[in-house]
Design a protein around this ligand. Structure first.
Ligand code: PGA
Length: 253
């Protein structure tokens, strides 16, 4: 089945609104008309507005890096799905940095995914094992559990729009990417297999599964040549315009 690749740039806690605007303008200029891949920029909350303005009229999508599952109320510092809906297209949920530093669990990930669904935001749901889990041979067990628990209760109709990102924690920001073969194996035999159990074959085949973890212009094409790698979630390299543009071109070709 042919799936249109997704290339999402996770800017993490980087870029002021002015800096974000400048970078987004570069991407708008060189990637704004790309149709063979869906490009999504995920700046910090405070830069969403500036990036939205910079990419207006292009095909580039706008993603937040997190949300809170409650509608509104006494949750100082949090942002709800309803606040992002209507102008953001995507939202990253359950990134390993949030699991690691901010206590996110499969349960909170699931609440956030359901909140995103309610507001029509496309979640980019992150899964991935730690180095210790990897070395203990627990990758399949951990990634399967994160996928099943994170996505349970999602409507079959909405499920095909969801994006899942397999990001082995040991590969994030380390310069030590997974091999394309290892990633393909996890995508096909763990993530897509779990998606089949949740939503059935047809829907599972439509869901885009991205690889993330030290993706660069040099290694991107090899990942994208795998049958079950449908794009990438890119951190560090998404802050460098030449790198990210080259990765996007590789995704689109
Ligand atoms: P990286 O980050 O590309 O810098 O490894 C990926 C991510 O955290 O999404």
């Amino acid at each position: 089945m042919k799936r249109i690749p997704v290339l999402a740039g996770n800017w993490k806690m980087n870029k002021t609104p002015a800096e974000a605007s400048e970078l987004a303008r570069l991407f708008a200029k060189s990637l704004g008309t790309v149709t063979e891949a869906e490009v999504v920029l995920c700046p910090p909350y405070v830069a969403l507005l500036a990036v939205q303005a910079a990419i207006q009229g292009t095909r580039i999508g706008l993603g937040a890096q997190n949300l809170h599952w409650e509608k509104s109320g006494a949750f100082t510092g949090e942002i709800s799905a309803g606040m992002l809906a209507g102008w953001c297209s995507h939202v990253i949920i359950g990134h390993s940095e949030r699991r690691q530093h901010f206590g996110e669990t499969d349960e909170t990930v699931n609440k956030k995914v359901i909140a995103a669904q309610k507001h029509g935001l496309i979640p980019i749901v992150c899964v991935g094992e730690t180095l210790a889990e990897n070395e203990a041979g627990r990758t399949a067990e951990v990634v399967r559990r994160q996928t099943l628990e994170g996505l349970k209760g999602v409507d079959a109709g909405f499920a095909s729009q969801i994006v899942v990102a397999y990001e082995p924690v040991w590969a994030i920001g380390t310069g030590r990417a997974s091999s394309a073969e290892n990633a393909e194996n996890v995508h096909r035999n763990v993530v897509r297999a779990a998606l089949k159990d949740l939503f059935g074959s047809e829907t599972a085949e439509a869901i885009r599964i991205l690889y993330g973890g030290s993706v660069t212009a040099a290694n991107a094409a090899e990942f994208f040549s795998q049958a079950d790698i449908d794009g990438a979630l890119v951190g560090g390299a998404s802050l460098k315009s030449d790198e990210f543009i080259a990765i996007a071109r590789a995704a689109a070709s």
